[in-house]
Design a protein around this ligand. Sequence first.
Ligand SMILES: Cc1cc2nc3c(=O)[nH]c(=O)nc-3n(C[C@H](O)[C@H](O)[C@H](O)COP(=O)(O)OP(=O)(O)OC[C@H]3O[C@@H](n4cnc5c(N)ncnc54)[C@H](O)[C@@H]3O)c2cc1C
Length: 423
Amino acid sequence: MSIKALVSLYESFDPIWHVDMNQASLNLLNPQAADANRLGLLNPRISDLSDLLSNWSGPRPFRICSGGTSSRSAAAGQWTLNLRPELNQITWQNTDLSVWIGGGCRMGEVLQALLPYQQTIATGLSGLPGLGYILTGGMGPRSRELGLAVDHLLDIRGVWGSGESFWLQREFHGGSELWRGLCGAAPFLAVVSEVRLMTHTLAPLWVEQSSAPPRALPDWMSVAEASDVSTTLQWHWGANDRLELMKVHSKDPGTDRCYGISGLHQLPTLVPPGNEKDRLHSEVVGLLGPARSEGWRDCIPLLEDCMLRRPHPACSLSCQQLGGATTLAAKDATSFHHRDAVWKPWITASWIAGDLAMRQRSLQWLETIWSVLHPLCPGVHLAQLHDHLPFHQRELKQAFGYWLPGLQALKQQFDPAGNLPPL
Ligand SMILES: Cc1cc2nc3c(=O)[nH]c(=O)nc-3n(C[C@H](O)[C@H](O)[C@H](O)COP(=O)(O)OP(=O)(O)OC[C@H]3O[C@@H](n4cnc5c(N)ncnc54)[C@H](O)[C@@H]3O)c2cc1C
């Protein structure tokens, strides 16, 4: 059935749309999104997107699913546009060593597709996230050397929330407000059908994994802040008294504490798999802050106290390192506003699915840790949307700063009906 027919079916037989058509084709990796009582889902082709968005009269906003890893890739009472079935092409462009990536591709799929050409892209700590990884900034173990994923964009194609198609090229549109808006805030403005990204030569990496007590954290961070850009530190504080640390080096550090991997496609997980019997739901808030390892030292007792009071053992605090190349792009070139950021801590609030009291306590716990870290990390990395939570406006302000009114003007112009999430 064409999208036009689906839209008119919606208009004439509203109740039928409460039945989830194509349920089996939506592989949502985020349990909260998977469990959401969504109205339905559509699997649009590129050629359908324009008609769909310009003619839509059903409930808004749409939810978009690319990798399906975030809690808002589906939501109760809303429709999901599932980009995975139709927008899944990955095309190598030999002439300039770039790659076209469809709007529904996972980053691990891109890494695998580039292996035969001995090329790679700067992905994050997991291959599971989809295009949302790139569109919201995209940082990982090679960012200090190579920059953010958003800094590698060459072309962006898609459909504005209004239904109007666009094809922007860095060569011609870099420096414009439209390019700036899409590089970091696209989820509010457009459905991106494909992007073209610069690639890098595949090269070996060296991984060093260890654990330490939380009190040792500021020393680890201090060493990391002084280290060469070929090294990044990431850490995970899951258990009360234990930190998991992972250093990734792109130059052989010559120590037997490291083991070699042939690229990011072989990166081990930072977070050890839990042995949870319960089904868990969670929300994640990402923060951004400059190099302040001494400030972290002052915060450790407060953080230890928070960790002791976790509503659920799966509540955690993790962090990845930025700096180097991520600071080089001009502040107004993209919507990634916090170019001075050197640390991105992210707070995960978890609760047993359906336990609303625990959900409330976990979200309060998240806000407590956020307030402890705020003096050190005043920025937000808006990699997950929270327009259903009370701190959405605060996140928008802290993510986009003085550029927020500019983004809101773009939203007014290109998504006036609010087909995409509110800004
Ligand atoms: C295991 C794991 C590890 C992660 N590691 C990192 C990391 O190392 N570095 C990092 O920067 N982030 C990391 N993230 C965060 C992740 O990159 C973001 O949450 C990202 O937004 C997820 O993208 P997605 O396509 O999988 O999510 P989805 O849930 O499918 O979508 C996420 C959001 O992006 C929007 N979106 C997705 N695709 C499109 C599109 N084509 N057009 C318009 N809007 C779109 C959607 O509206 C949605 O709100 C990690 C997440 C997970 C689950």
